[in-house]
Design a protein around this ligand. Structure first.
Ligand code: NIG
Ligand code: FE
Length: 413
């Protein structure tokens, strides 16, 4: 399959050589390279060439005219829980009436509520429910996504979730990486928390590894969930099976999770609503991507991560949705860009780098996604007739996306 996109008003996030395969940090986050009046040629699902319209090849193949439209790489959503059994709008109402996320968790809601529902749902139904979300996020311009377990909390149900995620990888257009999050919450029946952590490490993890169900390992490092010591123990156990860490850290409190992430050379530490200078300093010089999930801060009305301070310190930041039924029931990357700009004062350029290059780094996908680069996936967003990239986060509830192409195929939206 060949596809030629012509007369592109602006081809955004064009990167060659070294800069296509490294994260973007500090001041450089403010720069998104682009070509005005451009063409893009996709072949065999990959980016074959691109450049100025004047240099466009003449090829007898399907042509899309992108006059007045922008083209950018599809979004990379490096943190989701998009396999779940049911929504939790009753907790939403409880929160409106004054309960906190922690109160809800204490009363058996939250993650344990989702686990109960997931345990009662068949693998086939879970897959069918997730497919709707897959279609939804493709419409939002996402082509590469990370999916976590963590609502199973038994050996069988954790495996079930990961099998569903793997089936999404196989049967849908999305590129998927999977993360084992057995250490998401301690089920009620465990009076001794160590027994559950032992189950995660000694029973779940070997099976997850044996069936090759996960790329990464995650722990919810948070007061009331898992301590930094427990987090480190689980992450190191994951590493012994070749799974790198991606840690839920500092969502509700300064948890020590950032430091554990850096110490274990984890791929990312995610959330970071609570950050001090010490946490920022610990990330400097590390290989760990700080990943911000503004949808969760918005929905839970917590403070937002200090993105400006982090970027000023020279760090990179990535953006992801955290799509889940409890703290972030939206898989919209364009809305994350708006939240990043409005509430974290990131510029649109910083937000785009965070949602493409840096989120691709955070799920080890920079070799295939995150930029318009020869040889990377032919996965792009064609916008509507909009004035500039800044318009995408600015018009926060308009759909700026005209079409989505994944691996060279035009999606039916
Ligand atoms: O990333 N923080 C932990 N896990 C999810 C939410 C879990 C839930 O409430 O279902 C999150 O916010
Ligand atoms: Fe999460």
């Amino acid at each position: 399959m060949e596809l030629l996109i012509l007369n592109i008003k602006e081809l955004v996030q064009t990167r060659e050589k070294a800069s296509a395969y490294n994260w973007v940090a500090g001041d450089r986050m403010g720069e998104v390279p682009s070509i005005k009046n451009a063409f893009l040629y996709l072949k065999s699902g990959l980016i074959e060439s691109y450049g100025l319209m004047a240099e466009a090849p003449t090829i007898d193949c399907k042509v899309i005219d992108a006059t007045n439209k922008l083209v950018l790489p599809t979004f990379v959503d490096s943190h989701t829980h998009l396999v779940f059994a049911a929504s939790r709008e009753e907790e939403f109402v409880d929160k409106i009436k004054g309960m906190s996320y922690a109160d809800i968790a204490k009363k058996g809601g939250g993650i344990l509520n989702s686990a109960k529902k997931l345990q009662q749902t068949s693998e086939e139904n879970l897959y069918q429910f997730a497919l709707k979300r897959v279609d939804e996020i493709i419409g939002f311009g996402t082509a590469c996504v990370e999916i976590k377990s963590g609502y199973g909390l038994t050996v069988e149900d954790e495996l079930k979730m990961l099998r569903v995620a793997k089936r999404i990888a196989k049967e849908t257009p999305l590129t998927v990486k999977t993360t084992f999050l057995g250490a998401h919450a301690i089920p009620k029946e465990y009076t001794n928390r160590k027994d559950y952590i032992d189950l995660v490490i000694n029973e779940m993890l070997p099976k997850v590894a044996e069936e090759k169900l996960a790329d990464y390992i995650d722990v919810f490092c948070e007061k009331g969930f898992f301590t930094p010591e427990e987090t480190e123990r689980v992450i190191l156990a994951g590493e012994s099976f070749g799974l790198k860490g991606k840690i839920h850290a500092n969502q509700l409190n300064i948890s020590g999770g950032v430091q554990v992430g850096v110490k274990t050379n984890s791929l990312s530490v995610d959330h970071l609503e609570s950050m001090g200078q010490e946490e920022i300093d610990s990330l400097l010089g590390s290989n760990t991507m700080p990943t911000l999930l503004p949808g969760a801060a918005f929905f839970l009305r917590t403070s937002y991560p200090p993105a400006r301070q982090m970027i000023a310190a020279g760090l990179p930041v990535a953006l992801a949705t955290d799509y889940n039924p409890g703290s972030a029931p939206s898989g919209s990357m364009p809305f994350m860009l708006s939240l990043a700009c409005v509430n974290m004062r990131m510029t649109p350029q910083e937000a785009i780098n965070a949602a493409t290059m840096n989120s691709a780094y955070a799920m080890d996908s920079l070799n295939t996604h995150g930029s318009i680069t020869k040889g990377k996936a032919g996965s792009v967003i064609i916008t509507k007739d909009i004035p500039s990239v800044d318009y995408i986060p600015y018009a926060f509830n308009s759909n700026s996306i005209d079409s989505v192409i994944i691996d060279g195929e035009v999606m039916n939206l």
